[in-house]
Design a protein around this ligand. Structure first.
Ligand code: GUN
Ligand code: ZN
Length: 449
């Protein structure tokens, strides 16, 4: 006789990756629906089971098929819920957690008025630890299981986020911000110290557990030629690290880059000259990229992190994702919150704003496309699709459980949803942290509503 144990209140994590299973509706993507027929790009099961062990997904199938094989495996049954691959945030600044929703101005003033003040506090490891803890807890409350994170110029701030992520066995990509000009003195490193400190952090963290290092020049205006050169050399020395920065977010910023780098063809060319456009390089925003820049990003294999809540908050513009992914020279695109210019930890709310950005460009895409973007699409942009971003045996067991009736008005609206696509659209337009019923990282529940 089969035994089904329903565990309602899973609170602890870290019990050695014991075998456990979850049951509910399931959605996962195996290829990019922007390039392949949509109906061939995803798997939907109305009643599925996912079996996890040792931090990995070991079996996925319909409940009918798998239940008879799970005699001694505890099963948590999520009725009226949807099991999704964990959401991935491809661009976020954890030190800006305390300045989210700071009023006024566009990028450069906002950086000077708020960001550069807040980041100075991260020289203090205790402060960094406190914010790192709060930040990751908030990500888990929002179903985010993995993210690519900007720290500050201080190596202590990198140690803080990786140490906290390690407690959850969370796949986190993070790096020390490198900047040696055009910021307050207290936040500046040098070309040499940026190289030395980043290298030491790579040696310490890259590949330790699920941690991956991201070489992180903040953006072209805050690095000298010498620093970009040394950071580029480091990226060549460690070709399997990630690289992150910002590009073409704001029109004044682009003008500034033009005046600081008069010999460069354009913004992308600055990074290209220093070997910073390559596979596993991801650049925030790209709102105003030209055709030449898109072509060079494509050629080099570099990706863009689309951060719509931030772009609207700072008045930067509406990134045109359909154009960036044009078939002739497609760019890899991930979805990012870009907190604290971004206004929400919620990936559902970020999807909502991505839809509106697409509407402003006159080329909207479906809810299924958007759920792909927030999961496997972002994994592909980071070249992590062999590990995270979809639900199949052999993938790491990072999962987000969506409550499809998380508020009275969503429950009411769902009564007239007549397709999967419509149900998903309702979730991404109306849902937020309240829609996250549980978050699993490496097979363990790290958050339960
Ligand atoms: N460009 C350089 N630094 C930043 C930052 O912290 N946030 C955003 N949105 N853009 C940047
Ligand atoms: Zn950013």
């Amino acid at each position: 006789m089969q035994r089904v144990v329903v565990e309602e209140n899973l609170k602890e994590y870290g019990d050695q990756g014991e075998r456990r299973a979850i049951r509910g509706a399931l959605l996962t993507f195996h290829q990019d629906p922007f390039f392949y027929p949509l109906e061939e790009s995803y798997r939907y099961e109305s009643d599925a089971i996912v079996v996890m062990e040792g931090g990995m997904i070991v079996a996925v199938g319909s409940a009918d098929q798998l239940l008879p094989t799970l005699e001694n495996t505890p099963i948590t049954h999520y009725r009226d819920h949807l099991i999704l691959p964990g959401f991935i945030d491809s661009h976020v600044h954890y030190p800006q957690t305390e300045i989210i929703a700071s009023y006024g101005e566009q990028l450069i003033d906002w950086l000077n008025q708020y960001t550069f003040i807040a980041e100075q506090k991260f020289k203090d490891r205790t402060h960094a630890d406190q914010v790192a803890k709060r930040f990751l807890q908030e990500q888990h409350r929002n179903g985010v299981t993995s993210s690519t994170i900007f720290c500050t110029v201080f190596p202590e701030s990198v140690d803080a986020i990786f140490s906290e992520a390690e407690r959850y066995n969370m796949r986190v990509m993070a790096g020390k911000v490198c900047m040696d000009r055009n910021a307050p003195e207290a936040l500046l490193d040098t070309a040499q110290s940026a190289y030395d400190e980043s290298k030491a952090l790579i040696e310490k963290w890259h590949g330790r557990g699920r941690a991956e290092y991201v070489i992180t020049p903040r953006f072209a205006p805050t690095s000298t030629f010498e620093q970009l050169e040394m950071v580029g050399a480091l990226a060549a020395e460690y070709p399997d690290t990630l690289i992150q920065s910002h590009i073409s977010e704001n029109l004044d910023e682009i003008e500034w880059v033009r005046s600081l780098f008069p010999k460069a063809l354009d913004y992308a060319d600055v990074y290209d000259q220093y070997g910073l456009l390559r596979d596993r390089a991801i650049y925030g925003h790209g709102v105003h990229l030209t055709e030449r820049e898109l072509a060079i990003l494509h050629e080099r294999g570099a990706a863009v992190a689309h951060c719509p809540t931030s772009n609207f908050f700072l008045g930067s513009g509406a990134f045109n994702l359909q154009h960036a992914k044009a078939e002739a020279r497609p760019i890899k695109v991930g979805l990012g919150t870009d907190l604290g210019a971004g206004t929400s930890f919620s990936i559902l709310q970020t999807m909502n704003e991505a839809y509106k950005a697409a509407q402003l460009n006159g080329v909207p895409y479906s809810s299924l496309h958007t759920f792909y973007l927030a999961t496997r699409g972002t994994a592909e942009a980071l070249q992590l699709e062999e590990k995270i971003g979809s639900i199949t045996p052999g993938m790491e067991a990072d999962l987000t459980i969506l409550d499809l009736k998380s508020t009275p008005i969503i429950e009411y609206r769902m009564q007239s949803a007549s397709s999967l696509e419509e149900a998903l659209f309702i979730q991404m337009m109306m849902g937020d942290d309240r829609a996250i019923a549980a978050t699993y990282i490496a097979g363990e529940p790290v958050y339960t509503a």
